[in-house]
Ligand binder design. Sequence first.
Ligand SMILES: [Zn+2]
Length: 112
Amino acid sequence: MSFQQCLTCKENVRYSTKLTSIFFGYRPITCKACGTVHEVDERYRFLFSLYTVMIPVILVYIITAIFSIESRLVQVLLVLLLASGSVFYAGTRISYYKSKVQPTKKRSRNEV
Ligand SMILES: [Zn+2]
């Protein structure tokens, strides 16, 4: 199940918020409504570094071999294109959990 809403108050978490988090190195997401901090699931970090680095590089390697593209610039651009595509995909699949370190002002007792 992908992360769609705050785990405490069910406030919707926007897709763009998740993308921003991913772009800034999986920055924790803080719920605007209740202030609960959510962190990226470690397994997803690994999985998405695979998606955003390994797979684009391998694909471009294959594509440039097939079409015999010699230009280094085109290769780099293709990698960037695929990598950013992967980030958008990651945004739909990424999962967060409630951080153990919450802002101190109110520690919620209703954790599951
Ligand atoms: Zn919330």
